[in-house]
Write a protein that binds this ligand. Structure first.
Ligand code: UP5
Ligand code: MG
Length: 190
């Protein structure tokens, strides 16, 4: 039986701002299911799907994959999870992603967790990650930063205007960032 009203938190922030790292901590503490749009797209490449080559080329160029592809993967993962609380990490990345997700799924996020990090720090983290990601080279990293500023920040501004953004200073060490994140998710006692 599909869940009627899942709770969704969009986890946004620049490349290397710590979205995946902090989502792993949130899952341990609060029983959310973590859905990284980038991880789902990379799994799609590995699975040998017909869209694989297209997705691979777009990731290599730091471009945003057509929303119908990403939304289909997210919907499938939501249905298969059996959970009703989701962290959607790295999506929506542009206004079109945002509007399409809302009209296709009817889901509006409870709030947006925004990891605010300097480019200098993000670049340092990505260049030292060493996990074999094809987009962790300086040429692609510069393209990812440009797409983030031009296409993804407007999505954050859109939700900010609706008072839905919880902004976190993400330049600090992992444990310190999580203290702030934890306080955002912890039930509030009056
Ligand atoms: N690290 C993390 N936190 C740290 C801290 N506080 N202090 C010091 N180091 C810290 O972290 C990155 C690295 O930094 C790690 O080594 C970590 O240990 C360290 P991570 O948690 O992985 O950061 P994250 O924000 O998740 O970085 P990621 O590279 O995953 O972000 P991107 O947004 O660039 O990547 P994503 O996988 O979301 O997307 C990749 C590409 O897929 C996109 O460029 C795009 O081409 C495509 N895509 C779409 O087209 N559509 C989508 O909807 C999603 C993706
Ligand atoms: Mg990530």
């Amino acid at each position: 039986i599909p869940e009627k009203n899942p709770t969704v938190v969009f986890v946004l922030g620049g490349p290397g701002s710590g979205k995946g790292t902090q989502c792993a901590n949130i899952v341990q503490q609060f029983r959310y299911t973590h859905l990284s749009a980038g991880d789902l797209l990379r799994a799609e490449i590995k699975s040998g799907s017909e869209n694989g080559t297209m997705i691979q080329n777009m990731i290599k160029e730091g471009k945003i994959v057509p929303s119908e592809v990403t939304i289909k993967l997210l919907q499938r993962a939501i249905q298969e999870s059996g959970n009703d609380k989701f962290l959607i990490d790295g999506f929506p990345r542009n206004e079109e992603n945002r509007a399409a997700f809302e009209s296709v799924t009817g889901i509006e996020p409870a709030f947006v967790l925004f990891f605010d990090c300097s480019e200098e720090e993000m670049e340092k983290r990505l260049l030292s990650r060493n996990q074999g990601r094809e987009d962790d080279n300086i040429e692609t990293i510069r393209k990812r930063f440009k797409v983030f500023l031009e296409s993804s920040l407007p999505v954050i501004n859109y939700y900010d205007a609706k008072a839905k953004v919880r902004k976190v200073d993400a330049v600090r060490p992992v444990e310190e960032v999580f203290e702030t994140v934890n306080a955002i998710f912890a039930p509030k006692i009056e």
